[in-house]
Design a protein around this ligand. Structure first.
Ligand SMILES: NC(=O)c1ccc[n+]([C@@H]2O[C@H](COP(=O)([O-])OP(=O)(O)OC[C@H]3O[C@@H](n4cnc5c(N)ncnc54)[C@H](OP(=O)(O)O)[C@@H]3O)[C@@H](O)[C@H]2O)c1
Length: 319
C-alpha cells in the first residue's frame, strides 16, 4: 500500500506505536457474516498494509475480539490493537476487569488503545477512567480513549485521567461532532478517530432509491435510512457518485479521504464484511485528491446533513 503523503501518523504519549490513519473495524452488525469472511477481511486489509485494528468487547459478545486475537497471534509485532468496553458496573475495579477480559479474548498481554465505549447519561464515569489509568500504569494498555462522549462527559473523566483519543461517529452524512466535540479535542490535544466512515455502506453508493433492507437488518435503526430522511440522503449520494465517476475513483475512496481531510481528525475506522470490501477500502489511502474536490464533497454533504436531525448518535443507542 502507498499512503498519500498528507496522511499523518499521530504519536500517542508513551505508546510504542503511533495512531495510523486507517483501522480495519470489527463490523459490529455483520452478525450474519461467517468467521471465514470476517477473517478474510482482516487478512486482506493486513496484506494491503493496514496495521491498526479496532474491536470491542461487545461486538458479537466477544466473537470479534477472539477472531482478531486468532488473526494477530503470529503477527503481533507492529500491529496497533484498539478495543473498548462499556459494562453496567461503573467502578474502577470493573473497568480494570473489562481490560483483563479483552486481553484474555485477544490472547495478548498489551492493548495499544482502550476506549470507554459509551458514556452513561447522567452517571459519573470518573471511576471507569480511573480503572483505565490503573490498567495503563500496570502496563496492560498504552493509551486511553473515550467514545461517543459529549464535551461535558470528556471534561468529567479528564479530572481523573488523560484522554488520548476520542472515537466518534463522523461521515459525510453525520457531522455534529464538528460543532463542539472536535474543537474541544483539538484544543486539548486529543486525537480523533472517526467511525462509520462509509455511513454503514451508504457512502459506497450501492443503495438504490429504495434501500431494500431486509426485515431483520440492524441498519433499520440507523437514522439516514429513516423513510423521511432517506430521499435527501439518496439524492446527495447520487451527486457524490457523479463526482467520483468524473474522477474515475470509487465513492468510498472520496468518502474516506474527505474525513481524513477534515481538521482535527487523525484516523478512520472502516468496516468490511469480506476481503473484497477490505481491499477496496484500503485503496482509498493511495490517490492524491484535490482541495477543490473535498470542497465539492463538503457542499453536497451540507445539503444532506440539513435533513438529518441531531439525535445524539447515528443509531438511536442510549445505554
Ligand atoms: N465506537 C463506536 O461506538 C462504534 C460504533 C460503530 C462502529 N464502530 C467501529 O467502526 C467500524 C466501522 O463502522 P461501521 O461498520 O458501523 O460502518 P462503515 O465502516 O461505515 O460501514 C461498514 C459496512 O459497509 C459495507 N461496506 C464496507 N466496505 C464496502 C465496500 N467497499 N463496498 C460495499 N460495501 C461496503 C459493509 O456492510 P454490508 O456489506 O452489509 O453493506 C460493512 O460492514 C466498526 O467495524 C467498528 O469497529 C465503532
Amino acid at each position: 500500500m502507498t499512503v498519500a503523503a498528507d496522511l499523518a501518523r499521530h504519536p500517542l504519549g508513551t505508546n510504542p506505536l503511533p495512531l495510523l490513519p486507517m483501522a480495519q473495524g470489527g463490523s459490529w452488525y455483520a452478525q450474519d457474516a461467517d468467521d471465514g469472511a470476517l477473517l478474510a477481511a482482516l487478512e486482506a486489509s493486513y496484506a494491503a498494509g493496514i496495521r491498526h485494528f479496532d474491536t470491542a468487547a461487545g461486538y458479537g459478545g466477544g466473537r470479534s475480539e477472539r477472531l482478531l486475537g486468532d488473526f494477530v497471534r503470529d503477527k503481533r509485532e507492529g500491529v496497533f490493537l484498539a478495543s473498548k468496553a462499556h459494562g453496567d458496573d461503573l467502578t474502577a475495579a470493573a473497568s480494570l476487569a473489562e481490560v483483563e477480559g479483552s486481553l484474555g479474548r485477544l490472547g495478548v498481554d498489551f492493548i495499544d488503545l482502550y476506549y470507554i465505549h459509551w458514556p452513561r447519561a447522567g452517571r459519573d464515569m470518573r471511576p471507569v477512567m480511573e480503572g483505565l489509568e490503573l490498567a495503563r500504569r500496570q502496563g496492560k494498555i498504552g493509551a486511553v480513549g473515550v467514545s461517543n462522549f459529549t464535551v461535558a462527559q470528556m471534561q468529567q473523566v479528564a479530572e481523573v485521567g488523560h484522554i488520548d483519543v476520542h472515537q466518534l461517529g463522523f461521515n459525510l452524512l453525520w457531522r455534529y461532532a464538528e460543532d463542539a466535540t472536535i474543537p474541544y479535542c483539538r484544543e486539548n490535544d486529543i486525537a480523533v478517530v472517526a467511525y462509520s466512515a462509509l455511513g454503514h455502506g451508504i457512502l459506497t453508493g450501492k443503495y438504490g432509491r429504495d434501500p431494500g433492507l431486509a426485515p431483520g437488518d440492524q441498519r433499520h435503526s440507523i437514522l439516514p435510512f429513516r423513510a423521511d430522511i432517506w430521499p435527501h440522503v439518496f439524492a446527495g449520494v447520487e451527486e457524490m457518485k457523479a463526482l467520483a465517476a468524473s474522477l474515475d475513483l470509487p465513492l468510498s475512496t472520496l468518502a474516506i479521504r474527505w474525513i481524513l481531510s477534515r481538521p482535527g481528525i487523525h484516523s478512520v475506522v472502516v468496516g468490511a464484511r469480506n476481503g473484497v470490501q477490505a481491499t477496496a477500502n484500503v485503496a482509498a489511502l493511495a490517490p492524491t485528491i484535490s482541495v477543490a474536490t473535498f470542497a465539492q464533497m463538503t457542499s453536497i454533504s451540507d445539503a444532506i446533513v440539513a435533513h438529518v436531525p441531531d439525535a445524539g448518535n447515528l443509531f438511536n443507542h442510549y445505554p
